[in-house]
Design a protein around this ligand. Sequence first.
Ligand code: MG
Length: 273
Amino acid sequence: STSGIAGGRDRGKTQGDAAQVRMMNDYIQAIQNYLKDHGFEQLAPEAVLFDMDGVLFDSMRLHNESWQATAAAYNLEMLPDEPYTLEGCTSTLMINTLMKRTHQRQATPEELETIYTEKRRRFNVLPRPKRMPGAAEMLEKVGRDGLQRVVVTGSGQRSLLDRLQTAFPNVFRADLIVSSKDYTQGKPAPDPYLCGLKRTSLQPNQALVVENAPLGVEAAVKAGIFTIAVNTGPLPDEALRERGADLLFPSMQALATHWEEIRAAIATCAPTK
Ligand code: MG
């Protein structure tokens, strides 16, 4: 069976208990694999690093729509799922990908500016993205456990970054929001997540990452952090698993529901003194 996949619910009690045990074993196995792969003695999280789009905000359909419309307006060839498959990368990388495909060259600085401005404009006239179901509950549980809550996003969209504070009041310290202006190399490079660790003065085994995008999972895994994927979009689970996700849930709600068991599994894996 695949490790770390959240199982079904609402079975008979005995069956439910068996599923519960299996799930705990999957979590423990995933943690042990992580420790072995990265050469750490223990996983001792003091912070959770959250990606923003597709994790905290249900915004990816809106990003997809505004990217597709922008590409069409500039006669740039964009693949149907490209905003999802390249999610998390900087706008520069996204635009250059389209330029290379369409015109076999990089975008000029002026084109980068014009095209991204147009994408932002189209995004900002769409309905405001809602909070991802389960995100507030997850943030609350993490805060209650005394862990720091950090945002690490590839986005530079001021409109959404500002909304973090209104959508999730009193959750994020301003200096614990890492966005595209804080690093040069975007996801899938580890830099954004390393920046998040630096802000909290933590080592990779002292944090967890929650990500929904293949490039984001790759970035977090490269940074050496235990990575929980939530598949909130249209891509197959395999797209996240093949980048090295340690655990995989179908939604933020499912992750929030199983948070206590994940914490218990982490405690089980702690070395005995
Ligand atoms: Mg995302």
